[in-house]
Design a protein around this ligand. Sequence first.
Ligand SMILES: Nc1ncnc2c1ncn2[C@@H]1O[C@H](COP(=O)(O)OP(=O)(O)OP(=O)(O)O)[C@@H](O)[C@H]1O
Length: 292
Amino acid sequence: MSILINQVSQIYKNGYKALDNVSMEIGNGVCGLLGHNGAGKTTLMRIISTLLIPTEGSIEICDIPLKQKNYDDIRRLIGYLPQELEPYKELTVKETLEYLGRISGIPKTQINERIEFVLEKTNLVEHYNKKNKQLSGGMKRRVGLAQAMLNNPKILIIDEPTSGLDPEERIKIRNMLSELGEHCSVLFSTHVVEDLAATSNSLCILTKGKVNYLGTVQDLLHTTQELSYETTVKSEGEVQLIASDYQIVNKIHTLDGIRVQFVSRKQPSIPCISRETTLEDAYIIVNKYERL
Ligand SMILES: Nc1ncnc2c1ncn2[C@@H]1O[C@H](COP(=O)(O)OP(=O)(O)OP(=O)(O)O)[C@@H](O)[C@H]1O
């Protein structure tokens, strides 16, 4: 089970280059796609999910070339949760899944069994009879995940599964992704760095349409270690001075003053101490300094 992406670029009709020569391989397990707003995450996911034809480059999904003549075969392998999925308001969760299962060609004899399975996997069993309009944001994302899993896909493409969810729901969804990653390849996009630390074996950071980092979370932390510092100052004015030379990642008000955590590629010229690099630091370092 793998996705092989080779020198893919996407230029939209208005001339905007949303992806610039992206190459990567996504294997088994969970791969997180991280990047700022507009970095190109959704564009890449839509291409892999056969919804957009790339301007340049080639992709293979489980050894099948991503070409229009193979779209039906590829769609059978993929489950996709788009960023915005508004399930039909008046249908119940079960009716929604029945309908989507039918139109995605799941045989009638298997549909109930699949629905029971995905409802259980997404903790929706007790809500199956609720209308979509009665669901919370987190439940709606879980219905989205359930529909993406309906056809027993080998590859799951999940666009921002945790956006707008409270911490408890985010943890539930993260746990689901980890579990799913044991049986198929999961590619999910997020802005939330903690989502990655909790779920991903591998990580791709996109910056302005380019792959800026590709590797494991551990390797990223390793590469960026010793670039994180902190110092304590007395006033906001001093914080601003630090901000003019360094990238501040966190500011904590303490009894002693304002503890400023920042990253720097070079040994800082202000009094400060080293601190352990967090994944958030590493992400900021990669985005700020681009290629490591
Ligand atoms: N149909 C389109 N026509 C022109 N430009 C587009 C189109 N769709 C997306 N873009 C642009 O391409 C860039 C990448 O968009 P994309 O939605 O892939 O980013 P993203 O990383 O998913 O962002 P977000 O995190 O905000 O969802 C953005 O600058 C966006 O404005």
